[in-house]
Design a protein around this ligand. Structure first.
Ligand code: FES
Length: 108
């Protein structure tokens, strides 16, 4: 059964923006795509750049370090079919963007 992990208040991320959030022992990239929240693993697979600090254009985020681009609704790299960043199911619960983790988060 998935474990809900609240990440950030939905009101803190305006449409068209993203945030980097550390929770449950990992780094998430949280995006507001026209009112729908999408969550990716926040560490770029190229060289570890902060995807949550990237530029969001529609449903595409551009990594701030070297420009790799990902579809935030799926994690799919925009040029390389073999690269897919982990995408997490998420929803807004009590005003918090909440990710649903399959694995049990570490005790805090
Ligand atoms: S670290 Fe993201 S493109 Fe290089």
């Amino acid at each position: 059964m998935p474990t809900p992990v609240p990440l950030i208040a939905a009101s803190e991320i305006p449409p068209g923006e993203g945030r980097e959030v550390v929770a449950a022992g990992r780094i998430f990239a949280v995006f507001n795509v026209e009112g729908t929240f999408e969550v990716l693993d926040g560490i770029c697979p190229h060289a570890g750049g902060p995807l949550g600090k990237g530029t969001l254009n529609g449903g595409t985020v551009t990594c701030p370090w070297h420009g790799w681009q990902f579809d935030v609704t799926s994690g799919q790299h925009c040029l390389n079919d073999t690269l897919c960043q982990q995408h997490f199911p998420a929803e807004v619960r009590d005003g918090q963007v909440t990710v649903l983790l399959e694995e049990t988060p570490p005790a805090s």
